[in-house]
Design a protein around this ligand. Structure first.
Ligand SMILES: [Zn+2]
Length: 1011
């Protein structure tokens, strides 16, 4: 029914609409979105566009034809068909080939190489504009650079206006960062052609007024794998096709969550291009909901660090985009929606955090180029206040439809942007200027990272992230002092109490702080102050926020997650301190003193592990107690190294950024050897998303490992023969134990191969392969893991794999608590060290922060197979009804009073004391040596939240966060926090690395109290 109505309107659309629209061309300020009747149409191409468009409302007068050109090739030249044709998905290489053919054919297109991916594939940016604009790119860039850094024109608004009037803005479009979202490359090929060739006034205005910059494929490694997979699907049309388990080398969907840490090449390359070109907009193309969700103006809460000028721009551009496409009669175009713009981790946020405009489309894709009937969810086709013309409940949808929406949205956006480019360029200048005047207008003045931080190597890593973000970094050349504002306390209800505390606090709280020479100053009077502020500040997401489903992490404070000291300074005097700009942040490591024995203080810096594997033949010992040597104090866990030539050691210390002392004699302290463990890294064939961040971390630290799947574990009888440590990082998405063991269903369907074949030359890349992705760990694999641990191996698990370890019975003395109201969505939480003598804790202070995303609630039990403390008849802590006051003991008439024995109590991070009754024939009582060693716990509820959202925190507060469970001869290490995540949690990496380095001495320093 719907389709018939559409067929009629198609005729209307094709014949009348251009006329209706051209009548509005008479108005001087609005150019009609219509083709130039004087320019010939490429009839064959146009006919195919119409053929592949499944309903006339799914196109627009901007894209329902293709202008002809004698010398410029259409996408057909590499695709063999038109953009969006069914069955055709080009590899990145083909897309580049086309873009380069365009550049050869017309002076209106230029192609730039912008870097390579982790697997060495090229990334490009294609500039499309008038010949005149492209001829003067450098002069234009010099002008834009002045707007981007208003210090260069002394913040002179009049001068800015003059520059704005002469400048051509840059609108940067990025495609297919998410590999199963396949439409953007063909849409962008055709868009480039249209922008270069079309002579209609509407397109000409864009071409003359804007430089459109296009990266058609952002995730190039993933694109090639996806095209392989699609080809496999075409060759086996009746089979189920394998899910795209790997996108990039390391991560999948999370590649769009890297704009804070900048750990992936694609983020770095896009960031460099965006900032290098001084672009005004970054518009990232995605596919999910029907038909075009412009989430430029998202739901609340908005990111708290962006300039409100930007949030107004979001609304202007977003709603105007909806309005333009609504006028074309295209259904399902909307903005606002459900996406909140809190986290700055999205690729588009590179623009938001660098004084530009971030934009994102979700169009509708079929995950390939098949034309399919799609049935929508009611939530996708319901009419809401922000979606007045919703999609249809059932839709025959093609890749061409998707391309029509993408191109129409982009062309209307470009046109509107061009019409208002003076406004947007001026805003670009104003946002940059307001970033520079931040210290006096809004604060803070600066962030300071003190020179006496014990973790200088981690400090360097944090500074390197800021440097990738183009933040200016300075070093104080002399010590300086700043005022510290008094903290405001909540008013006490009682007046007298308030007086008391105020006086006490006045005494205790310092009013100034001195920083030593060499301290790092991140000044807030610089153009990119906002990204530094957003990364270094704390986040607070109110549990009362109307937004109940945060789209991503709610907290990320980098100083906390890197375990590095960062001070937010509001006193503008900080900016007057003597300082110098650092052009390049380099590791500051080195060796002091003379002697053949080297000692390195352990401050839980990941580079210690790098050093162990770098100096393979060296004798390394870990001190089991703190010691003093060469006039210096060394923490427990500090390394004492022998058997390395001074020159080799100097080089290693320099490269790793570690600070070492050369000693003439070894200190007298109990030590154990630190050996280079043989590490297996286990992944499933269900998801490689979350473990990918662990792989990336280990690769960056140059720690070798065998990357094996659960299927290999199932086949390997003697894991101990090959490995000392098995890392089983989180699978992600709270994957169940059943799924890990069973894998994917095999009672039906076909094998799902993940391997290179002539049809799928790029699939495997540099990761792993299998003939069939479906089998999981299986019960053989479970038995192999149990036997590995039993024979002395160390198995390290985190979050969902810790749940898995508990459910297969690897830790009898730990059970999983259930939560009723706990809600921790990617937050930074406080933790407390419980057992500082454990090698896993080496180098850590008593308090530090960790990343938690609704982590498992570990509950300790002294009784195997049950919750030891539960008893029949309820648990009463108050006295029974009777004589006397509430504090009096109970009283029985007619007999002397009996003193009630004191109830043993224990903290949540301690094992409950075993009662005498439980010890009667206590076959289930776990001996103290068999109980877990609690390394780290969550802080008390009042100190638990550091950054982000915390609701129902009392359910996890004080519970263990890291446990070392003895099992047979070996150990199972359980993490409730995720210690390795998105390159952002480097402060907790060493909890994992310490486990690896001390694998055969994890019991060092353990005290066993039988109680
Ligand atoms: Zn996406």
């Amino acid at each position: 029914m719907i389709r018939r109505r559409q067929t009629r309107s198609f005729l209307l659309c094709a014949s009348l609409l251009p006329l209706l629209l051209s009548s509005s061309a008479a108005r001087a300020d609005e150019t009609a979105p219509a083709r130039d009747p004087k320019q010939a149409v490429n009839e064959a191409y146009t006919a195919k566009i119409q053929k592949y468009t499944t309903a006339p409302v799914f196109t627009s007068p901007l894209v329902d034809y293709l202008p002809a050109s004698k010398n410029v090739p259409t996408p057909e030249i590499v695709l063999g068909d038109v953009s969006g044709a069914p069955g055709i998905l080009p590899y990145a290489e083909d897309v580049y080939k086309y873009m380069r053919l365009l550049a050869k054919a017309t002076p209106r297109v230029r192609v730039f190489s912008i870097g390579t991916t982790e697997e060495g594939r090229e990334m490009i940016a294609v500039a499309v504009s008038s010949e005149e604009n492209l001829k003067h790119l450098d002069e234009n860039r010099a002008r834009l650079a002045k707007l981007a850094d208003p210090r260069t024109i002394k913040l002179d608004d009049a001068e800015a206006d003059r520059i704005v009037a002469q400048s051509t803005p840059i609108y940067y479009i990025t495609g297919t960062i998410h590999s199963p979202e396949t439409g953007a490359p063909t849409a962008l090929m055709e868009l480039a052609y249209r922008l270069a060739v079309d002579e209609s006034p509407y397109i000409r205005e864009i071409r003359d007024g804007v430089i459109t910059l296009i990266t058609p494929v952002v995730e190039v490694d993933g694109r090639d794998r996806m095209v392989d997979l699609y080809r496999w699907h075409l060759a086996h049309p009746k089979d189920f096709y394998p899910p795209l388990i790997y996108w990039g080398k390391y991560v999948a969907h999370d590649n769009n969550r890297d704009a804070m840490g900048v750990t992936l090449k694609l983020t770095e390359n896009v960031l460099n291009t965006y900032v290098g070109w001084k672009a005004q907009v970054l518009h990232d193309l995605h596919e999910s909901v029907p038909y075009l969700y412009d989430n430029t103006a998202g739901d609340e809460p908005f990111n708290a660090w962006v300039d409100p000028i930007l949030t107004d721009e979001w609304e202007m551009i977003g709603w105007r985009n909806v309005a333009d496409m609504t006028k074309f009669g295209m259904p399902g175009v909307f903005t606002h929606g459900v996406f909140d713009t809190w986290s700055p981790g999205y690729l588009m946020f590179i623009a938001a955090m660098h004084n530009g405009i971030s934009r994102l489309y979700e169009t509708f894709g079929n995950g390939g180029a098949d034309t399919e009937e799609r049935t929508l969810d009611p939530q996708d086709y319901s009419r809401t206040w922000w979606r007045q013309n919703p999609p249809f409940p059932k839709t025959l949808w093609s890749q061409r439809d998707n391309n029509n929406y993408e191109e129409t949205g982009l062309l209307t956006s470009l046109h509107y942007f061009n019409e208002n480019k003076r406004l947007f360029l001026k805003n670009f200048y104003l946002k940059s200027k307001r970033s520079i005047t931040k210290p006096t207008e809004e604060g803070p003045a600066a962030y300071v990272l003190p020179a006496d931080d014990p973790r200088l190597e981690l400090q360097t890593e944090l500074l390197q992230v800021l440097q990738k973000q183009k933040v200016e970094i300075s070093r104080a050349t002399a010590s300086f002092t700043v005022a510290v504002p008094a903290k405001k306390r909540k008013k006490s209800r009682k007046k007298e109490d308030a007086k008391d505390t105020n006086e006490k606090e006045k005494e205790a709280e310092p009013t100034s702080r001195e920083f030593p020479a060499g301290s790092i100053v991140i000044r807030m009077d610089q153009p990119y102050s906002r990204i530094a502020d957003a990364l270094l500040d704390h986040q607070y997401w109110s549990p009362d926020d109307p937004q109940k489903t945060p789209y991503d992490d709610t907290g990320w404070t980098f100083g906390e997650l890197f375990n590095v000291k960062v001070f937010r300074i509001t006193d503008p005097k900080a900016l007057d301190a003597a300082m110098e700009r650092i052009s390049e942040v380099k590791p500051t490591g080195g060796v002091q003193g003379d002697g053949t024995i080297f000692a390195i203080n352990n401050s839980a810096e990941p580079a210690l592990a790098t050093l162990r594997y770098k100096l393979r033949d060296a004798d390394m010992q870990a001190a089991e107690e703190p010691f003093e040597a060469g006039g210096k104090k060394f923490n427990r866990g500090s390394l004492i190294i022998r058997g390395v030539a001074r020159s080799d050691f100097d080089r290693a210390a320099n490269e790793t950024g570690l600070h070492a002392a050369a000693l003439s004699a070894a200190p007298s302290v109990k030590t154990h050897p630190v050996r280079a463990a043989r590490v297996a890294f286990v992944h499933t064939w269900l998801s490689t998303q979350t473990e990918g961040w662990w792989r990336l971390a280990l690769d960056n630290l140059k720690i070798p490992y065998d990357y094996i799947s659960t299927q290999v574990v199932a086949k390997t009888d003697d894991l101990n023969a090959k490995y000392d440590v098995i890392l089983f990082p989180p699978v992600g998405y709270n994957t169940s134990t059943t799924a890990i063991i069973n894998g994917m269903p095999r009672d039906w369907g076909n094998p799902l191969p993940w391997k290179n074949t002539p049809e799928t030359p790029n699939l495997v890349g540099k990761n792993d392969s299998t003939d069939d992705m479906r089998p999981g760990l299986g019960w053989d694999g479970v038995a192999h893991l149990q036997s590995f641990v039993g024979k002395g191996g160390v198995l390290l698990t985190a979050t969902d794999t810790s749940r898995f370890a508990l459910s297969i019975g690897l830790a009898d003395s730990v059970s999983l608590g259930t939560s009723q109201k706990m809600n921790i969505v990617g937050s930074v939480l406080g933790t407390r060290l419980v057992d500082a003598a454990s090698p896993i804790a080496y180098g850590y202070d008593e308090k530090f922060s960790a990343y938690c995303d609704n982590g498992p609630i570990f509950t300790l039990s002294s009784i195997a197979g049950g919750r030891g403390s539960r008893r029949l008849g309820g648990h009463s802590t108050s006295r029974p009804t009777g004589r006397g006051t509430a504090d009096d003991p109970d009283f029985t008439v007619g007999r002397p009073g009996i003193e009630v024995p004191e109830e043993p109590t224990s903290e949540l991070w301690e094992y409950p004391q075993v009662s005498d009754e439980q010890r009667r024939n206590g076959l289930r009582v776990i001996p103290a040596a068999g109980r877990a060693r609690v390394i780290l716990r969550y802080a008390d509820n009042k100190d638990l939240l550091v950054s982000g959202l915390l609701e129902g925190g009392d359910e996890i507060a004080q519970h263990p966060a890291v446990l070392d469970v003895p099992a047979g001869q070996g150990h199972v290490i359980l993490f409730s926090i995720n210690p390795v995540y998105r390159g952002e949690t480097r402060g907790t990496y060493s909890l994992v690395l310490n486990t690896i380095l001390n694998f055969d001495n994890l019991n060092a320093g353990r005290t066993i109290l039988e109680k």
